[in-house]
Design a protein around this ligand. Structure first.
Ligand SMILES: O=C(O)CCC(=O)C(=O)O
Ligand SMILES: [Fe+2]
Length: 327
């Protein structure tokens, strides 16, 4: 394996799409995103429109949350929530097939908190429903987190719109696809390296299973690595202020006929600091089907596709999986 780390992920400036001065600006962004997703499945973005203050307030909210006593957080365990919202203690989401899935020690050592769309009633169990919130003042958690969720929801939708156009489709296809989009946000804390056992990762090698992932990393807290298939090597991803990481999940790879890659990635926090990150997973309307190839004869929906994958995760109870399958 080569140890040449000189290649870095492409950086795309989205301001040309958000505030174009000519049609050529938009076309350039669309082409750059297509190139990046075909080669790496991952890219960095600046000019994304999410204010830096909002990102900082989100990270501070994570610190407030993770400093709560463990008993407090466990009251909100996502394992007891039909919509997979709430707190995930280390090791709860080990997946079938992970090398150490049977080990007694947690393999993945990150802790996380999930929120999603705010819907008053649980429908299509597991997808739509209410969030749970920790007992913290509005300005210390709910306010900044909800504001941030909405901003990255918008960004994720815009990336989808760009991906569609990269394959020659009109942006209007997003109307049906974003009617009631399933968008999950995972707020993550990795412990310092000194607090983990040898062989434990922050997050073991995996691909994301769904649509577009919009990832914020705490500036200066490296640890994310992306697998480059062509070079057969792990590519370290810098953690830079005000720079998002975008990547495509398996649903996009499948639906684009492999044109856009879903790349394997992992997180190893080698530093003596905790590492915070936040991933917004923008999947699409649960009842919508492939907008990346509207003439695809297979009309499998977002919901059906995700259930297939959720069903293989230990973190969803069998009853919930059965309910979703039957819905
Ligand atoms: O924390 C990160 O940098 C990446 C997290 C990730 O890949 C995931 O949760 O799927
Ligand atoms: Fe991931």
């Amino acid at each position: 394996m080569s140890t040449d780390n000189s290649i870095v992920l492409p950086v795309v400036d989205l301001s040309g799409y958000l505030h174009p001065t000519s049609p050529a600006d938009k076309a350039r962004v669309i082409a750059e995103v297509r190139e990046a997703c075909s080669e790496y499945g991952f890219f960095q973005v600046k000019g994304h429109g999410v204010p830096l203050d909002m990102q900082k307030a989100l990270l501070q909210s994570l610190r407030n949350l993770f400093s709560l006593p463990q008993e407090e957080k466990l009251k909100l365990s996502f394992l007891n929530n039909p919509c997979r919202r709430g707190y995930e203690a280390s090791g709860m989401s080990v997946r079938e097939g992970d090398a150490m899935a049977d080990s007694k020690e947690p393999f993945w050592v990150q802790k996380a908190f999930y929120i999603g769309r705010e819907d008053p009633v649980i429908e299509r169990p597991g997808f739509y429903g209410p969030n749970v919130w920790p007992d913290l003042a509005e300005e210390d958690f709910h306010g900044p987190v909800w504001e941030y969720y909405q901003a990255t929801d918008k960004l994720g939708k815009m990336i989808w719109e760009i991906l569609l156009q990269g394959l020659g489709h009109p942006p209007s296809l997003m109307e049906a696809f974003s009617k009631r989009p399933f968008v999950q946000m995972k707020m993550i804390r990795y412990p310092p390296a000194s607090a983990t056992l040898p062989g434990q990762y922050g997050v073991g090698a995996h691909t994301d299973f769904g649509g577009v992932t919009v990832l914020l990393q705490e500036a200066g807290r490296e640890g994310l690595e992306v697998w480059h298939e062509g070079r057969q090597e792990w590519l370290p991803v810098p953690a830079m202020e005000n720079m998002y990481i975008i990547n495509c999940g398996d649903m996009i790879q499948n639906w684009s006929g492999g044109q856009y890659k879903s790349a394997k990635h992992r997180v190893i926090n080698k530093s003596d600091h905790e590492r915070l990150s936040c991933a917004t997973f923008w999947h699409g309307d649960v009842g919508a089907s492939n907008p990346l190839n509207p003439s695809d004869p297979d009309r499998e929906t977002v919901g059906q596709l995700l259930v297939k994958r959720f069903g293989r995760q230990f973190s969803l109870s069998k009853t919930v999986v059965e309910q979703v399958r039957a819905s």
